[in-house]
Design a protein around this ligand. Structure first.
Ligand SMILES: Nc1ncnc2c1ncn2[C@@H]1O[C@H](COP(=O)(O)OP(=O)(O)O)[C@@H](O)[C@H]1O
Ligand SMILES: [Mg+2]
Length: 480
């Protein structure tokens, strides 16, 4: 999947991204609200040397302090400091726990030590910081004091040794007003980022696992078959399946294009018995057969539409015709073709399925079926055969060699690679000649106002009365 494809997928699956975003932002807000605020109070100490009478000594003292402040900083959170602070402030923590609340750092080339204490109570954070500073200064001064040489001090001996360094507070800790954590804005930003990444990840995963066809180009690449038509999704199609109900609609236009492509596709050896099939039920075989037949008739081609889906026949119902007499009646020799043929307009005749037989697979592959089709081609220029789906039943595979060409209907975003591949292989195996694919129920990209000329010349579908619907296309054809 390239970047363009991925962005398109993101736009198509925007809801997934939105849900991930809402969940992640919700989690970030929950974390912000549920976590206990922590405050940080800081104090700063200055390390001075006592031996400072002239500039040379001062400079030596400064170097001495700088060399040692790093070591002093490491002493801040030792037990020597935290122990007395816990006792002094009567804290309900152990010296080790207190140590984990303290950080100390000595900025390079300075004689400063910054001590920071974190605590859920801002006032206590400041108290601890100040107590730690005081205790720490005492500990350092004690450590730096040279040990007296002998036991006891006699009068006249040198004075008691004192520490060469002294620590002074440059900045006392005060109770902070704002907590250092949680940080609502940072948490929110992290939530938004995590939500977007999660959403994009989900979309990428779903796209990888989803092997249905989104574009006719992808369908062509997989099958290697010419795409003869792309029929747009039309939410009015189930209620008004016939394109004669809205002759200027995008769907009607698409069927005219399919008819033209079909007429140009096989110039030299133009097939006259065309079977319409697909991998699965509900992909639009009947819809395609019916409307292709109508648009051929519209172009003046004398056409016969045969319903060879003997398990779920729908053609007769679509036109409002009688279903019980038709193909099976002829196949079992109960009637002649012309006796059961129903005329819908002067160019389109329909052979309904007839009564449902117990053995549809055998009937459709029979020599009698071949004879019936031959007979039809002697009367009609083109015979369109609506069929059962290829994958669930074997009916259509048996019928395929009798047709002169097959149109494979593929439903957009529904039929997957494997299903289409299996169907094409099955047709190849029996020598069925696949003319090309019809990509059905395509959804044009948003903003594609000019696809198929968009709304150009499109007229609102006429409102049909109940009787008109009953009479179906006959009336509409008569209107012309
Ligand atoms: N282009 C389309 N736009 C919207 N709905 C469609 C379209 N083509 C078919 N349908 C609907 O899909 C359903 C299945 O179509 P149908 O032609 O009966 O499929 P099949 O014969 O392959 O089982 C029907 O309700 C039909 O109205
Ligand atoms: Mg059907």
């Amino acid at each position: 999947m390239d970047l363009h494809g991925f962005l398109k997928a993101l736009a198509r699956r925007w809801l997934t991204v939105a849900v991930c975003l809402v969940l992640a932002v919700g989690a970030a807000l929950a974390v912000t609200n549920l976590s206990t605020p922590v405050y940080a109070a800081s104090t700063q100490l200055f390390v001075a040397t006592r031996s400072g009478e002239d500039t040379v000594q001062l400079s030596q003292g400064q170097t001495f302090s700088q060399a040692r402040v790093q070591s002093y900083a490491a002493i801040v959170s030792t037990r020597q400091v935290t122990g007395p602070v816990v006792r002094e402030l009567r804290l309900r923590t152990t010296p080790e726990e207190l140590a984990s609340q303290i950080t100390a750092e000595a900025p390079l080339n300075t004689v400063l030590i910054n001590i920071t204490v974190q605590d859920p109570d801002p006032k206590r954070a400041a108290e601890i910081a100040n107590a730690v500073a005081a205790c720490f200064s005492a500990v350092v001064e004690r450590l730096e004091t040279p040990k007296p040489m002998g036991p006891g001090r006699k009068p006249g001996t040198p004075p008691e040794p004192v520490s060469p360094v002294s620590l002074g507070v440059t900045q006392h800790a005060i109770a902070p007003s704002d907590p250092v954590s949680p940080r609502p804005l940072i948490n929110l930003a992290a939530g938004v980022l995590a939500g977007l990444l999660l959403g994009a990840g989900f979309v990428a995963l779903r796209e990888t696992l989803d092997t249905t066809f989104k574009t006719s180009q992808a369908l062509g690449e997989l099958t290697g078959l010419p795409g003869l038509g792309a029929i747009p999704y039309d939410k009015g199609a189930p209620a008004q399946p016939l394109i004669t109900a809205a002759v200027h609609s995008k769907r009607a236009e698409a069927f005219r294009k399919l008819r033209t492509n079909l007429q140009f596709a096989q110039i030299d050896d133009r097939p006259r018995i065309i079977m319409v099939t697909s991998s699965l039920p509900g992909e639009g075989k009947t819809n395609t057969s019916v409307n292709l037949a109508l648009s051929l008739a519209e172009a003046g081609v004398s056409t016969c539409l045969v319903d060879a889906d003997l398990r779920r026949p729908c053609v007769a119902k679509t036109f409002g015709l009688v279903q019980d007499a038709g193909l099976t009646t002829v196949l079992i020799g109960q009637a002649r073709v012309e006796e059961v043929m129903q005329q819908t307009s002067n160019r389109l005749a329909v052979l309904a399925s007839g009564a449902m037989p117990p053995n549809p697979t055998e009937l459709l592959a029979s020599a009698r079926m071949s004879e019936v089709l031959d007979e039809l081609t002697s009367t009609y220029e083109v015979v369109i055969v609506d069929t059962a789906p290829l994958l669930p039943v074997a009916d259509t595979i048996g019928l395929a060699p009798l047709a002169q060409g097959t149109l494979l209907v593929v439903r957009a975003s529904k039929t997957n690679h494997d299903q289409v591949r299996t169907a094409v292989e099955a047709l190849d195996r029996v020598g069925g000649r696949v003319l090309g694919t019809v990509f059905n129920m395509t959804v044009p990209p948003k903003g594609d106002r000019y696809g198929m000329y968009g709304a150009y010349g499109e007229l609102p579908a006429p409102r049909l009365s109940a009787q008109q619907k009953e009479a179906g296309v006959a009336d509409l054809a008569a209107e012309k």
